[in-house]
Design a protein around this ligand. Structure first.
Ligand code: PAF
Length: 281
């Protein structure tokens, strides 16, 4: 596996592979890789001849009081894991390679509608940062396909809309959520949890399963959402939302709509904010 920080070196490798007729798969990450990320690398491997992974903790997608400075940076371990998972090229750009005009004056891409709800409301500017960095990374890597995890379902929809509106010639694949044995979705932020919080954390997934059961039993959406918020509070969370939305665009479903729905939750345990989701059918 080659590791490059320089955009010209990245492009040279990729152009050489493309010239040889290879299909390029890309997995953008912020590092601190776990089994969830490696499953995305494996998915890319199955659909492409060469796999490129980026590790870049993107400052523009963190709010002023969020965890940008303490976000875990574990490049040495990540490099070993990526070699084990047959990554061909690791791209580790510096901040000024992605933001050459400085962070304050940087271009911002805004994805309306699907980017404005849920996480967009609770983390203002977050998806502008995500859409901006993903647009830049896709322009640099120029992959045939890129893989995003379904845990960040809204991010996946934002990226799909970005790619469609910019007519980028890249296929976007979704990698299924990878969970711990007790149901907790794998996330780099799980390592912030202390023992007590870690013991409570699976209740996030348990609440999603409860929302699925309640919806299947025919309970009204608003009642399910309200009860899910109270359930999370009783388990020690401070919930931001627990909602049932259309999976395809996160719009609020019409009364009686039963198919293509998804439950999504975001809640804090202490200083750690976790998100998760579950299709209802
Ligand atoms: O999901 C992530 O890790 C990040 O949001 C991404 C897509 C790498 C953009 O920084």
């Amino acid at each position: 596996m080659r590791t490059v920080a320089d955009v010209r070196a990245l492009r040279a490798s990729i152009q050489a592979w493309k010239k040889d007729g290879h299909r390029i798969g890309f997995v953008p990450t912020m590092g601190n890789l776990h089994a969830g990320h490696y499953s995305l690398v494996e998915l890319a491997r199955r659909h492409a001849d060469r796999v490129v992974v980026s590790v870049f903790v993107n400052p523009t997608q963190f709010g002023p009081n969020e965890d940008y400075t303490r976000y875990p940076r574990t490049l040495a371990e990540d490099t070993v894991g990526l070699v084990d998972h047959q990554c061909d090229l690791l791209f580790v750009p510096a901040v000024d390679a992605l933001y050459p005009c400085g962070l304050e004056h940087a271009l911002r891409v805004h994805v309306p509608e699907v980017g404005d709800t849920l996480e967009g409301e609770h983390r203002p500017g977050h998806f502008d940062g995500v859409a901006t960095v993903v647009a830049k990374l896709l322009a640099m890597v120029d992959p045939d396909l890129a893989v995003f995890g379904a845990k960040d379902w809204q991010q996946l929809l934002v990226v799909r809309r970005l790619v469609r509106e910019l007519a980028l010639p890249v296929e976007i694949l979704a990698g299924p959520i990878v969970r711990e044995a007790d149901g907790l979705a794998m996330s780099s932020r799980n390592r912030y949890l202390d023992d007590d919080q870690r013991a409570r954390a699976p209740q996030l997934h348990a609440t999603l399963e409860w929302m699925r059961e309640s919806s299947r039993e025919g309970h009204a959406r608003a009642a399910v959402e309200g009860a899910a918020m109270r359930r999370l509070e009783r388990s020690g969370f401070v919930p931001d939302y627990a909602v049932v939305r259309r999976a395809v665009d996160l719009a609020t479903p019409a009364e009686g709509e039963r198919t293509g729905l998804m439950a999504l939750v975001a809640a804090r345990l202490g200083d750690t904010r976790l998100i998760d989701n579950l299709p209802l059918d």
